[in-house]
Each structure stands twice: as C-alpha cells, then as structure tokens.
Design a protein around this ligand. Structure first.
Ligand SMILES: [Zn+2]
Length: 332
C-alpha cells in the first residue's frame, strides 16, 4: 500500500479535462500500470482527498517499524536477517535495502504534502456541501443528460481523437487491452441536452467529472430565475396573441349578432304570406330574406362564440400555468 499525491500539475490536467494526459503523467511519475493510473485519475473528486492509495506498488520494500528500530539501534546484521525473512529476499538485496534506509523514499510513514493545492482543496471542501455536480450552463437546471442524437457524432469524434492521441502519446492498446480507448472516449465531448431550457451543448465525461459544469445551489438558482424571467416574457406574448385572435372573433360575433337582430326585426314586422301564382298562398320575399338572415346570424353567433370562449379559456389556461410546466414544451 502506498499513498500517492495528486500533484498540482496532475490536478491542472484533470480540471482541464485532459484525462489521458493526466493518466500518462501519473503513470510515468509513480511507475503505475495504465489501469492503475486511470483508476487514480478517475478516483479524484474536486474538493475531495488529495491522495490516492494504491495497492499495486510493491510494499515489500517498506521498512516495518521493527526493522527501522533495529537499524536505528545500529543492529545492522540483525536488521538484514529480519528483512530477509520478512520479505523473503536474498541476503544481498536485504543488505542493499538496509543500506538504503536513510535515503530511501519508501519508509513506513505516508508522504505528507505541504503544497498550496492541498490547502486550496481543503478550503473548497468546507464550502462544497451544496455543490451540484452537473448543471446546464444556460439555465442552471440539473435536468441535463446525453442527447440521443449525439451518439453518431460522438463515435466519429472518438475515432478521430483515438488516431490523434495514439500519435501523440503512443499506442498502449497492446498492453492494456484497449483501456486507453475508454479514457479517450471520456475526453471526447458528447452532445448534452437540457430538459428545462431545451438547449444542447457539448461536454465530455472527464470535464463533467472535473467539475467544469458544477455549480453551487445559489448560482444554479440565480441562472434558473433569470431564465424563467425570459420564459415568462415568451409566455405572456403567447397569451396576448391568443387574446388578440379572440378579439377578432368578437367583431365577427357582433356582425353575426346584428344580422340575427335585423332578421328578427324584419320577421316581426313584415307580411309573411302573400298570394302567389295561380292564386295559391306563398311566402313573401321579405319573410324568406329574414329567415336567411336569422339562420346565418345564429350560425355565426354560435360558431364564433364557441371559438371566442375556446380561445379565452386557452389563454387563461396558459396564463395560470406555472412557469415550470410551461418550460416543458417551450424555450426562451
Ligand atoms: Zn438549460
């Protein structure tokens, strides 16, 4: 077991979303396998621990407190014997191990870091409690997910990035069974969609993990409020437009109502019957005309009236709708 530090340089690479470079650095710096280096970089969380504990590195060279005590007491040959039996190593190697003790980097105490990064992270930990890990940069909503349509685009970009990264960093495929492909994949931006403001944008998994899209609850609420204000203007505009359409219907109702009224007036005052051809009784032209007026007037009032009240209730419904429900089908 060994404690490794996320050095400032590694942290800079992680926060820039350059995961593969960070993995390579950890691998080269600490002599880890690519798998373990990836694990180390994946385990990092902003504001979290500044150390990674690996079980991969050879622990056999660590000096047990017992051996350290023997060395400190000057009992060198005893310490060599102890190292030989404890670690099952040759006399020669045990000798070397004991000789190396004062200069050795591998002692039993974990390495303590005093870099400013640690203090900075320590500070963030205290204020991080209400940090939302992934929010829409436009409206602050955390209803964000990978867009379904982004898959093909991502596959193409991944293919391109693979070629490029392999050229830059060397191809590890043969050694790792393709683990580096996964890392590159996580670095390639994927189209993301916000289910609140319906915007799409590009973000990679490693950028999200590095906290590029994280927001405090307060910042998220501020953005959402600003977006809701814009959306409210759209909503009010829609309500007004529907009310305008309703008022156009109102003028048609007045027109149809007037026709109906005139028809009723005529029918009430005119002669209904007259003597027609061959002396048979017949309806007067005025009577028939008033009937037509009444028929179409009534039809107009009913049809336009229904439409008018329909529009009014539609406008009313949208007007009363909470902005969160309105956001489902609209964007600002
Ligand atoms: Zn959004």
């Amino acid at each position: 077991m060994k404690t490794l530090e996320y050095t400032p340089r590694i942290l800079t690479l992680i926060s820039a979303g350059k995961k593969l470079e960070a993995v390579k650095m950890a691998k080269d710096l600490y002599g880890l396998s690519l798998h373990e280096a990836k694990e180390m970089i994946d385990s990092y969380r902003p504001g979290g621990l500044n150390f990674y504990t690996t079980f991969e590195l050879n622990t056999k060279s660590d000096y047990t407190p017992e051996i350290a005590k023997l060395i400190n007491e000057g009992k060198i040959s005893e310490a060599v014997r102890k190292a030989k039996t404890t670690y099952g190593i040759s006399e020669e190697n045990a000798q070397k191990m004991i000789e190396n003790y004062p200069q050795s980097k591998t002692n039993t105490k974990p390495v303590e870091s005093t870099t400013p990064v640690r203090q900075e992270n320590q500070r963030t930990v205290n204020t991080n409690e209400d940090l939302l890990p992934y929010c829409c940069p436009n409206c602050g909503s955390n209803q964000v997910e990978k867009s379904i349509g982004g898959k093909l685009e991502h596959a193409a970009a991944w293919g391109g990035a693979k070629l490029f990264k392999s050229a830059v960093l060397g191809d590890y495929g043969g050694l790792t069974g393709g683990a580096e492909n996964e890392i590159i994949k996580e670095e390639v931006p994927f189209q993301q969609v916000c289910n609140y403001c319906h915007r799409t944008f590009h973000a990679s998994k490693s950028q999200i993990e590095a906290g590029k899209y994280s927001m405090s609850r307060r910042e998220s609420a501020r953005l959402t409020e600003a977006y809701n204000r814009k959306l409210k203007a759209v909503k009010d505009g829609e309500v007004n437009k529907i009310k305008e359409e309703a008022s156009k219907k109102l003028s048609r109702i007045v027109f149809a109502g007037a026709a109906l009224l005139i028809g009723l007036l005529i029918i009430a005052t005119c002669e209904h019957e007259t003597t027609g051809a061959f002396g048979l009784p017949a309806y007067t032209w005025t009577f028939m005309f008033s009937c037509v007026l009444i028929f179409f007037g009534l039809l107009g009032v009913v049809v336009e009236g229904t439409g008018y009240f329909g529009k009014l209730s539609e406008a009313n419904e949208i007007d009363k709708m909470p902005i969160q429900s309105y956001a489902i089908n609209h964007k600002a």
